[in-house]
Every structure is written in C-alpha cells, then in structure tokens.
Design a protein around this ligand. Structure first.
Ligand code: PLP
Length: 465
C-alpha cells in the first residue's frame, strides 16, 4: 500500500487533534506535546498511519476487530441497511427486521437457555442494563433486598457510572464518586501477583471461596448476582486457575445467585470457542456481549438472558432502554460479521491453527530475562515483566513504568501491544494467518530485546523491596 496523501499533513492533524479532541483514558496535556499517531486506514491485521507506516495491530483495536480490518461485506451490509431503514426504535410496540434477525441468531449461538437479547450500543450500557435487570428480577420475585452485586477487584466492566462501579479499578473509582451503592468487590484470581506460596489450583479455589464468604457475611437474601469476565481483559489478561470457575459456578448455584459472564472480550471466537463460557464450563444466567459482536465495525452490545430471567422480566414493564438499542445498521453489521465468522470457520481457525502457533511463540518469551509468566488461552495472551522471576518480584519503579517503556518500543517497531501495569498483552484479530504471526513475533522479540537494554540503561531492572 502506498503512502496516504488525501489528507492534511500529519503535523496539522496532530495540532487540530490536540486543540479540540479530548482522548479517553489519557492525560491530554502530555499527549498534545507528543502528538497522537494518526491512523488513516487498515486492512487485515495492519493499520496504516498518516505517514504511510504499516503497523501490525496485535490488539484488534480495543480487543474488538475480531475478523480483521477491511471486510467490504460489512460495509456493504451497512450501506444496504442505511438505504432501507437507517433508524427506528423498538420502545413502543414496534420492531424491525435487523433486531429480530440478530436476536434470533444470538439465541441460536449462545449456549444453554440463553435465548433472549436486550440490546445496547456497547458493553458499558449492557452492564448498566444488567445491574438494573438483576435487581428488578429479584424485586419481581418478592425479594427487593436482594440487590448486591459481587464483582472482583481489577475487573473491567465499562466506563459509565454503573459499569465502572461493577469494575474493580481503584483509579476509576477515585474519579467522580464511585462506586454506586450495593456493589461489593472480592479479590481476583491473579496467581502471579497474589498467589504467594499456594499452587495455582489451591489459589483458584481460595479466591472463588471469597465469593461464598461474602455471600455468607451479607446473607444470601441480599446478594443478587456475581459478575465476572471469564478472563480478565483490561485487568491484564488474567487467566484464572482451572479450579476457579467450577467453584464459582457451584457457589452461585448453591445460594441462588445469578451469574453474569461479561463476554465483551471473550465472546465471538477469542478463546477458541464462540464464547469464553464454553472454554471454562460456565453456565451464565446473563451474558454481556459487545466488541467482537460487530468486530468493532459498528457500535453494538447487549445482554443475552436465560429463559428463566426473561420469563420473570416479561411480567414487568422494565423502565430501561437506549435510543440505539438494536440499532438497525449496527444489527445488520453484526449479523454479517457473525455470518463471516461461521462461514469462514474463524473459530476453528483460532482453535486449530492460530492459537497453537501463537502459543508456541508466546511461551518461549519466558526465555527473555525480564519475562516471568507467559499465559495464553485462544488468542488472548499476557506476559508478566519482572526484575526477578524466581521470586515473582515487582519492579522498584512505579507500577507501569517498565511496561510503558516496552509498549512505546513496540509502537516504534510498528507492532501494537498494550501494557497493563507491568504486564504486556496481545489479542490479535482471530483471522491472523501463520505468516502474520511470524511477523508479529519478529517485531515483538526485537522490541523486547531493545526494551531490556533500555530498562537496564535506565537502572530500572531492580526489585521492589
Ligand atoms: C470493553 C469492555 C466493556 C465496555 O464496553 P464498551 O463498549 O467500551 O462500553 C465491558 N466489559 C468488558 C469485559 C470489556 O472489555
């Protein structure tokens, strides 16, 4: 692909961006001095920036472009739908074909008796729906005090008031008066950072049993639901020990607590099954979906709800909904995305081809001196950086200092990895081919070598005491 010339010079774009555009999760002052990289187009797993550089996107945007960039079929589905019916709502006794077709398709694809869909425009909105739905569900069953939702520290469930309250990010709670009432956080199953002397299996059980302790402490008549990502994504791709989810499921069943699986990242092929719940043997009552539902080509999300929850909710006028719930264009794009995932056997590609190859390369990263654990499920992987593997030590520098140096070096080598504290993560498009996987690791390995010398040169290869 040749350099792009149909736009203003990069410096002018960066100047206007700095002057008028407030970036999410960013200190805009420092960014405006540096200048944001301007992404102009993309194809497959490669982004192109305004200088014509080709960047390998090992993060699928924000974990969402599952099928890769540049699929004309989705653009055409959007154009067709926009011409036929660009918008209508489903609030007041009306419906439309894309919402019907997508709800029906999702009911077929989702496991168990998850057969009913409440649409939103993204994951945050869907989780806000879930908060109100589970509380309304229990109130309708005569248990209005059953409203506490238990989540985990370091979970990510979105950025709205409700969903960020469900999330367990302390730095998010510190801004804007969060969390909202009746959300309770237990510890996360992050063995590397918090497992101490326990084996991963013992630790997984111990962390799951914190759910039981919390329920017993508050009383099961007060607890409405537990929410968890099958694999914590934005928390650093924390893959729980094998003992964790079966124990969580047992506890939810025993105390009649609704189980919400937040599949916003793990859904639609990411873990080598269509849903992460299938990979971990979870039987959720509600599943949150977004991101890979449309591969990021249009904003859409939702909650897939069990027969039992839907039956109770059917008797209630649920005073909740979004202008763009089930938006026809977004729904048409999602349907086309699901068609391609199925017809091109993308989940099988993850399971049989891409994930095994990425895994082989990924586990080898522990040969680098500063890489402690390397973990991977499907095409979702992380490494923990450490100054001393034998003790699983943290760095003496502020958390994220070393991680961000690594991330910046990756970025300058034209491969996008994300740093979460001092972990580095990838989640490439699920369509990534073997040659692109080889290229990705050439760039990652080169970046890690350069990062190790930079970190030593700056005197940062030191363990916290
Ligand atoms: C991204 C994400 C969300 C929020 O989705 P938005 O579309 O950004 O609102 C919720 N849950 C998980 C697990 C996510 O990764």
């Amino acid at each position: 692909m040749s350099a792009i010339t149909n736009h203003m010079p990069t410096e002018e774009l960066q100047r206007l961006d700095a002057a008028h555009h407030m970036h999410p999760f960013t200190a805009n002052g420092p960014l405006s001095k540096k200048g944001a990289r301007v992404i102009t187009r993309a194809k497959g797993v490669y982004l192109t920036d305004s200088d014509g550089e080709q960047i390998l996107d090992a993060m699928s945007g924000l974990w969402c472009v599952n099928i890769g960039y540049g699929r004309d079929e989705l653009a055409e589905a959007a154009a067709r739908q926009m011409k036929e019916l660009p918008y209508y709502n489903t609030f007041f006794q009306t419906t439309h074909v894309p919402a019907i077709a997508l709800a029906d398709k999702l009911a077929q694809l989702a496991p168990g008796d998850l057969n009913h869909v409440f649409f939103a425009a993204g994951g945050s909105e869907a989780n806000d729906t879930n908060i109100r739905m589970v509380r309304t569900y229990w109130a309708a069953k005569g248990k209005p005090d059953k409203k506490v939702i238990i989540s985990r520290k370091n979970a990510y469930h979105g950025s709205s008031m409700g969903s960020a309250s469900l999330g367990g990010m302390g730095y998010m709670h510190a801004q804007g008066g969060l969390p909202i009432p009746d959300i309770h956080h237990i510890n996360q199953p992050n063995w590397w950072a918090e497992g101490g002397d326990m084996t991963p299996e013992e630790f997984g059980l111990a962390r799951a049993r914190e759910l039981e302790e919390a329920i017993l402490e508050m009383g099961e008549d007060r607890v409405a639901a537990f929410i968890g990502e099958p694999i914590q994504g934005a928390g650093g791709v924390i893959i729980p020990p094998e003992t964790y989810w079966p124990e969580i499921q047992r506890i939810c069943d025993k105390y009649e607590i609704l189980l919400i699986a937040d599949e916003v990242i793990t859904g639609f092929g990411r873990t080598g099954n269509l849903f992460g719940s299938q990979t971990f043997g979870i039987r959720p009552d509600i599943m949150t979906i977004a991101k890979g539902l449309s591969s990021g080509y249009a904003p859409i999300g939702g909650s897939i709800v069990s027969d039992e929850v839907a039956a109770v909710m059917a008797e209630v006028e649920f005073s909740h909904g979004y202008t763009y719930s089930g938006h026809p264009v977004a729904a048409a794009v999602a349907l086309e995305n699901l068609r391609l995932i199925e017809e091109e056997k993308m989940v099988e590609h993850v399971r049989d081809t891409a994930a095994p190859l990425v895994r082989e390369h990924w586990l080898k990263l522990t040969e680098h001196e500063m890489v402690g654990e390397a973990v991977i499920t499907g095409l979702m992987a992380s490494i923990a950086l450490t100054p001393d593997k034998s003790t699983r030590a943290k760095f003496a520098s502020d958390p994220g200092t070393v991680g961000s140096i690594c991330r910046d070096i990756c970025f300058s080598n034209n491969v996008i990895m994300r740093h979460i504290g001092d972990r580095l993560v990838i989640a490439p498009p699920i369509t990534i081919t073997p040659p692109d996987i080889e290229e990705m690791f050439t760039r990652i390995n080169r970046s890690l070598e350069q990062a190790a010398s930079a970190i030593k040169d700056q005197g940062l290869m030191q363990a916290a005491s």
